[in-house]
Design a protein around this ligand. Structure first.
Ligand code: GAL
Length: 916
């Protein structure tokens, strides 16, 4: 029985007598960040690790991780053992996501690990590292160099595998007596198992899911409580860098035993127009008490001013009454019509307007819980001929694929680092993101809502059939329903999410009816959880007449649309080989929309141009053309691709020739850690339009020219510093949003060229190099549109630093991204400078990481010294908490004068979640 303080009783009585007003002071929900001050310890070698395993793993016989991305995934593996494993105690954590009651797990008796020293309250962990979350234990390296290393290029050469422990003491005050208390983990990589005061409370194996543990039964109220979390990241378990650790936010949630359930609201918008919209709301209420109760549920809708925290009241749903049985969950539904709604839609033609629903659970005029749901009002249609239609308007998908890492910061979530990625994608003209190939940090979707990106939310990179020996195929049979429902339940109120993808290029494409059955099962779960959005899975192999293709509601094609290895330059290559397949899919499924969910897979090292330049528009990388295996560089003329890929130019023409295709997602928006095709000895990818440090490659401008046709721009490549090429042919290529360009070398016209149909770059392939000035004047419909000029520079003379923002928040989390440039004495940026730059800092900030975007650079990201690559280096500075004074960053480089830049760290600096 809950004891109430006297003043509250008085208040309740008063309110029940006077009017139908609720006591807002006692809304019990608290969501407390518990990111700070954890103790962390990782075993140095696998021999040392304890035996508290989640499950046994198959022996790994094949550790090769430089396979082509489109190699056929192999058979599912079954392992049996007599060893004691903790899985039976972990499985019940997922019960709330299993719909068939008979399939829910029953927790066995016993408390495995309960006597293990590391989970004890009195275990002395003071020698462990003191860290704050989000935390990625592997990002500081060192990188493993060479062949046959414990972690190879595929997973980014960083020490992400291994077993580690996190411990934290949390105080639960007396006032929390009677409350329900939960631990919410947004993501932990991987196989998390949680002990509370020595009791195994649960866990979750999939490193990309968000999950909740009910701590209530294990807590001591009015005292200190010990959390101990064990993670166990397998080697050979990913095709990219997974990171390691509790790499997302962690929360303590306290509620009344009667509360809105975990992710317990679902807002659907129907009959949407600018005149009105029907908003229907389902609220799930959990009653964790042993008694039955009558409650009322009231939800108010507020309009949110985008870019501020201001809200204005719009409307209330009807008050609903509900009888809650003991220890049960109940749903209540209601709906309202909203006049003149402000719709959510992607810019530039629409605005991402948002609303907030505030739900109160009330008993006897006392507010037991208050729960907020942000949502948007929009309609989405998937039209097989017109493509995606948002609020009645066709919106062409100009998308990128994005992995989860934040470059030199690794997997550890940081609001500003992610926001910077999205800001640059906006500048590119991108309006859509496919989250490859796993659910993102929840905050990312808050940002995509606010900034107006369309999102494909994807669950897995494999189902039952593995791609790497110890990837998440191991947990698929027992966890797919929980992972899929958890993703959808968490993300379904985000207007930015338009489509669920259950998998990427899964091995089940190769298994006919058996594979189709798995696809159908996942689709049914997704449809059941969310009837408002369709479901897909991306196919790089399945053909229109294969059974699996009938099991998706939107056709997501990877590479097959424009054809794989079908152009002359690719004819000699082995592997999947298909003609352009858009027409065949369109004919076979005339009612299903097609998205090019992954295309291009073009490669380049920023600012590094190799000669000769190929004649055609698309060619695979080879050691003699386009690639420099000795240096590990790929030419930035932006014509070369992975063996199965197609250049941007080829992809654009294929999309334009098949206008019923809804648009697509390039692989990839940003470079990412791992998968360094074609140079396995490197640490990070070559696929991005933007490099790992956040510097734009030339390809950025090729996409910007297409995606922002109204933005006047013209871009010249290569740079014009070629002392060894005087008198030699040095092709010049131009990307422009105009339709015609005149090129000048040292004032002399090299001719005016116009884009032909299905042509996306203008090329002057016979320019004879002479130092000086290259100038491009672009025209659109005969009128001058934009101009670009590049010059041969002089010798290095100066350093320069530039910050992405001059003021950051002094919250201990915000970041400044500082770019170092090498200039000549005329202040021209030297595009090929390779200078060692050292950063130092004065004032309340830390140098978190440095980078330069060079995939071959194996200097630790934590090094304060970094060589400029193609003229640029980056330092990432983080504010220190609470210290609102300037931060001075100084860069030095041998032979050059030091340069100091000052930025402000202010309490009221740019706020998270607010547009700047
Ligand atoms: C695709 C795969 C992506 C990535 C890409 C580039 O086949 O879906 O995850 O590997 O190739 O290699």
């Amino acid at each position: 029985m809950l004891k109430l303080p006297g003043y509250l009783v008085a208040l309740i009585l008063l309110s029940s007598i006077s009017c139908k007003q609720e006591d807002t002071q006692n809304a019990a929900r608290e969501r407390i960040s518990i990111n700070d001050d954890w103790r962390f310890m990782k075993y140095q070698s696998s021999d040392e690790s304890d035996s508290l395993i989640y499950d046994v793993r198959p022996e790994v016989t094949d550790t090769q991780d430089d396979k082509a991305a489109d190699s056929k995934p192999t058979e599912a593996i079954e392992v049996s053992t007599n060893m004691a494993v903790l899985k039976p105690w972990i499985l019940p954590t997922g019960n709330e996501f299993i719909s068939d009651p008979s399939k829910k797990s029953v927790r066995p008796d016993g408390n495995p690990g309960g006597t293990y020293p590391l989970v004890q309250r009195d275990y002395d962990d003071h020698t462990w590292e003191l860290i704050d979350l989000p935390h990625d234990w592997a990002i500081q390296g060192p990188f493993f160099e060479g062949w046959n290393t414990p972690v190879g290029g595929g997973m980014g050469r960083l020490p992400s595998p291994g077993v580690a422990w996190y411990r934290k003491t949390i105080e639960i005050p007396k006032e929390d007596e009677g409350k329900s208390i939960f631990l919410d983990v947004d993501g932990a990589m991987s196989y998390a198992m949680v002990w509370v005061n020595g009791h195994l409370a649960g866990g979750w194996p999939y490193g990309y899911s968000s999950w909740r543990i009910n701590l209530t039964p294990y807590l001591e109220i009015g005292g200190d409580n010990q959390l101990a979390i064990r993670l166990d990241n397998p080697p050979n378990s990913s095709r990219w860098y997974p990171g390691g650790g509790i790499y997302r936010n962690v929360w303590l949630v306290k509620t009344d035993p009667i509360h809105v359930a975990h992710w317990g609201t679902f807002i659907k918008t129907n009959n949407v127009s600018s005149k009105s919209a029907e908003i229907s709301l389902t609220v799930d209420i959990s009653n964790n008490s042993d008694a039955s109760h009558d409650v009322e549920v009231v939800t108010s809708i507020y309009a949110l001013e985008n870019g501020t925290s201001e809200r204005s009241f719009v409307k209330k749903f009807d008050r609903k009454t509900l009888v809650l049985s003991p220890n049960a969950r109940h749903s209540v539904e209601s709906s309202v019509i909203l006049e003149n709604p402000k719709l959510w839609g992607p810019p530039p033609s629409q605005k991402p307007n948002l609303y907030l629903a505030v739900t109160q659970v009330i008993r006897d005029h006392k507010i037991l819980d208050e729960y907020e749901t942000q949502f948007g009002i929009r309609s989405i249609e998937f039209d097989a001929n017109r493509g995606l239609i948002v609020n009645g308007e066709p919106v062409y998908i100009k998308g990128v694929n994005q992995h989860h890492d934040l470059g030199a910061l690794g997997a550890a979530w940081n609001d500003r680092a992610a926001e910077r990625q999205l800001e640059m994608l906006k500048e590119l003209g991108c309006n859509a993101i496919r989250i490859a190939h796993n659910p993102p940090a929840p905050e990312l979707l808050d940002m995509t809502d606010r900034m107006g990106f369309l999102v494909v939310d994807e669950l897995y990179d494999c189902w039952e059939r593995k791609k790497t020996p110890l990837d998440f195929h191991l947990i698929f049979p027992e966890w797919h329903e929980q992972d899929l429902r958890a993703m959808i339940r968490r993300d379904k109120n985000h207007p930015s999410v338009i489509l669920w993808s259950t998998g990427n290029e899964v091995g089940e494409q190769y298994t006919d009816e058996a594979g189709a059955r798995v696809a159908a099962k996942l689709r049914a779960i997704a449809n059941d959880e969310d009837p408002t959005r369709p479901t897909s899975a991306s196919f790089n192999y399945a053909k229109p007449d294969m059974p699996i293709t009938a099991e998706v509601e939107v056709i997501n094609l990877n590479y097959q649309g424009e054809g794989i290895r079908n152009a002359p330059a690719y004819a000699h290559l082995k592997g999947i080989n298909t003609p352009p397949l858009y027409p065949k899919f369109h004919d076979k499924f005339p009612d299903k929309m097609i998205i090019s969910s992954e295309n291009s897979a073009a490669l380049s090292s920023r600012g590094t141009y190799l000669f000769p330049v190929v004649d055609g528009i698309s060619a695979p990388i080879s050691d003699s053309v386009g690639g420099d295996p000795a240096q590990g560089y790929v030419s930035a003329y932006e014509l070369h691709t992975a063996n199965f890929g197609s250049s941007a130019d080829k992809v654009f023409s294929s999309l334009d020739m098949h206008p019923y295709v809804a648009g697509g997602f390039v692989w990839s928006g940003w470079d990412y850690l791992g998968e360094p095709t074609p140079y396995y000895l490197s640490r990070s990818s070559y696929f991005g339009l933007i490099d790992l440090a956040g510097f734009k490659k030339d390809r950025f401008y090729l996409y910007q020219a297409r995606w922002r046709p109204d933005f006047p721009m013209v871009h010249i490549l290569p740079h014009w510093n070629w002392p060894d090429r005087i008198g030699k042919i040095t092709p010049v290529h131009i990307f422009t949003s105009g339709d015609e360009v005149e090129l000048f070398l040292n004032g002399k016209s090299l001719g005016r060229k116009k884009k032909k149909p299905f042509e996306y770059r203008l090329r002057w392939d016979d320019v004879i190099y002479e130092p000086g000035t290259l100038k491009a004047i672009a025209y659109k419909e005969g009128k001058e549109w934009s101009e670009d000029m590049i010059k041969t520079t002089g010798a290095p003379a100066k350093l320069k630093l530039m910050a992405d923002r001059s003021v950051i928040n002094s919250d201990g989390k915000d970041l400044a991204f500082i770019t170092a440039l090498i200039l000549d004495e005329n202040n021209l940026e030297i595009p090929n400078a390779a200078h060692s730059v050292s950063f130092t800092i004065e004032g309340p900030g830390n140098i978190l990481a440095t980078d330069n975007g060079d995939p071959t650079d194996l200097t630790s990201f934590s090094s304060p010294t970094r060589k400029t690559f193609s003229g640029k280096a980056l330092a990432i500075i983080q504010s220190q908490k609470g210290q609102a004074v300037p931060i001075r960053i100084t860069a030095t480089s041998p032979g050059l004068d030091p340069y100091t830049l000052t930025i402000e760290s202010a309490k009221d600096g740019p706020l998270k979640g607010v547009n700047k």
